[in-house]
Design a protein around this ligand. Structure first.
Ligand code: PNS
Length: 162
């Protein structure tokens, strides 16, 4: 039996409602969806990798076919290790396109059998990004509708500690 496994890679610092919209769509489309958090030693994230994994696990509980994992190094190598045939990425607006096209084509060059599939989140989330969420949280602005309540609580707690 053929089962399709897709990887949805990203920083997820933190996971937003836009990411969740895409996860929901991806879970409907693929037999198994692996949401893979990049462990990037060069970046200074707001949340540690274990924190991001834990938050993702909490907010994706409703989807049994969704797995949360972490990866390091090249995405194509990780995809091969997990026997995934598809990379799932979201495109919100035309401004995402150039960066995403470059990544998709480079990944194709590195591993021609791996296909990148783009999905569009609901238009409500077309202007939403984790970077803006972090910024709004830093200045104690309203986050309703942008992230799940649990993530809002984690953001508030993180900023209270600073
Ligand atoms: O959420 P992001 O930060 O836009 O996700 C970027 C991500 C993790 C998809 C990208 O940086 C990535 O795949 N990094 C792994 C290293 C790699 O494979 N680089 C070559 C990609 S062309």
């Amino acid at each position: 039996m053929k089962t399709s496994t897709a990887i949805y890679p990203g920083s997820f610092d933190p996971v937003t409602n836009g990411h969740l919209d895409l996860i929901e769509r991806g879970a409907k489309m693929f037999d198994r969806l692996i949401v893979a958090v990049l462990h990037n030693a060069e970046k200074q994230p707001l949340f540690t990798v274990p924190e991001r994994l834990e938050m993702l696990r909490e907010v994706t509980r409703a989807w049994p076919s969704v797995e949360i994992d972490v990866f390091e190094g090249l995405l194509v190598d990780y995809a091969q290790k997990r026997q995934a045939s598809v990379i799932l990425r979201g495109i919100r607006a035309i401004s995402d396109y150039e960066y995403e096209l470059q990544m998709a084509l480079m990944n194709r060059k590195l591993q021609p059998k791996l296909e990148t599939v783009f999905m569009m989140p609901a238009e409500t989330y077309s202007y939403l990004s984790a970077r803006l969420v972090r910024e709004i949280a830093m200045f104690n602005g309203p986050l309703q509708g942008l992230v799940p309540p649990l993530i809002e609580a984690r953001l508030r707690a993180k900023n209270a500690k600073k």
